[in-house]
Design a protein around this ligand. Sequence first.
Ligand code: HEC
Length: 451
Amino acid sequence: MFYRVIGIFAILILLGACGNKNEQPDFANDIAPLIYKNCSKCHSDGAGGPFNLTNYQEIASKGNLISYVTENRIMPPWPADPEYTHFSGETVLSRDEIELIKTWVKNGMPSGDTSSLEPYKRPERKMFPKGPSMLVKLPTPFRIKGNNTDHFFVARFPITLDHDTFLEAVEFIPSQKRLVHHMNAHLITYDEGKSNQKKTGKYWIRQDQAESVRIHQDLDLLYEDGSYPPMTPSVCNYLPGSQFSYYPHGIGGYKLKKNSAFYLNDIHFGPSPVDVEDSSYFRLYFTSKAPTRPVSEFQIGTLGIAPVTPELVIPPNEIKTFHIKFTVPEDISVLSLVPHMHLIGKKFLAYALKPSGDTIRLIRINNWDFRWQYFYQPPTMLLIPRGSTIYVEGVYDNTSSNPNNPFSPPRQIADRDGSMKTTDEMFQLIITYVPYQKGDELKKLGIEAEE
Ligand code: HEC
C-alpha cells in the first residue's frame, strides 16, 4: 500500500515536471520563436516598428511593455477577427501564447540556453519579379511637421518613359519607415497627345485641406480639358510589416503608357515630435508580356457602386449602424478585401449570401482601428458566384466615450460628398478580383504563395 502511494506520488511529480514547461518558459525555447514569428518583421532594422525586438537584450528590456501590449491585443496589430476568417500572412497570438509571455515576464525573463540561438533574421524572399526595374522618385523630399499628430496626404508621382511597356509589379519603398503607416497607389495612364505632363501641379496635398474633386485638379492629375484619364486602382499598397507581394500565376500586371503617374490615395504618416523629410519612392518591375488576367476592383458604399443605407450621418452622442448591399453580376475570384472607415468607425462585418442560401464569410472587425488598414488577402483565391449578394454592416460610435472621436463635445459627423477629410466619415468595402476561372480556388495568395 505504502509503495502504491509512493508510486502515485512519483507519477504525479513526473506529470508535474512535464506540465512545468509552460510554467517555466524561457527565452531560448519558448519566447524567441514566438516574438521572431509575430513581432520581429516589424521590429527590426528597416521595418516600421519604433524599436527592435530581435534578440534577448532587446526583448527583455521591453518585457513589461510586451506583456501589456500582447495581453490587450494592441500588438501584433491585426484588426480582423481570426475566429471569423483567416487571411494570408495573418499575425495573431493565441490565448496560450499571450499567457506564456505573461508568465515569462512574471518569472523574471529567464534566458534559458541561448548558446545555439541566432538573432532574428528576415526570411529570404522566394518569389521576386525577374524583369528589369526602374525607380520613380520625386524631385524634392516632402516635409512632415513635428506636431505629434497623424498626417494624411494625397500625392502624384509622375512616370516618364520613352515607350509604352508592361509592368509586372510595383514596390513601394518608404523612407520614414517608422512614420509611414499605410499607402495605397493607383496607376493613371495618359493617352498620347492628351498628356497633361505640364508638371505644374503640386506633388503632395494634405487631405483635410481640400475636397476630393479639387485634389485631382490641384495635383494636376486630369487632362488639360479637365476630363479624367484612365485609372487602374490599387496597383501598390503598403503597411508596416507587409511584404511586397505581387500576384503569381499570370494574374495581374499592367499596361504602362510612356506618360503615366502614380496617384497616392492616400499616404498616412504617424505622429512625429520633430520635423522630418520623407523621400519614399517606387520601384517598377517591367515585363515584355501583356497581362493576361488584369486585376479589377469594385468599391461599394461611399463613392461606390452601391449606396450606404441609411445615409451616412451620425448624430452626436449616438452609436449607429449602417448597411451596404450589392449583388455580384459575374463569378469572381477575390484577391483582396479592403474595409474602410475613418476615426469613429467601431465594427465592420462583411459576408456574401450565395443564391443557394449558403454564407461566404468575408471579414469581421470587432474593434476598428483606422491606423491599421490592411489589404486582407484570403489564403487562396475566393470564389463569389454570380448572383451572390454581399452584405456589409458598419457601426459608428459618435459618443464622447469613444477615445477616437475627433470632436469634444461630439458633433454630427457625416460623409460629405465623399470628402476624404479624416474628421468626416466613410463606409466602404473595396474588393479586388479577377473574373473566375476553373481552379482559382486552389491558387494561394500573398505570402502563402511563397511557401
Ligand atoms: C505590422 C507591424 C508590427 C507587428 C507585426 C508588431 N508591431 Fe509592435 N509596433 C508597430 C508599430 C508601427 C508601432 C508604433 C506604434 C504605433 O504606431 O501604433 C509598434 C509599437 C509597439 C510597442 C510600443 C507600444 C507603445 O504604446 O509604446 C510595443 C511594446 C510593441 N510594438 C511590441 C510588439 C510585439 C510584442 C509584437 C509581437 C507580438 C509586435 N509589436 C508586433 C508595428 C508592429
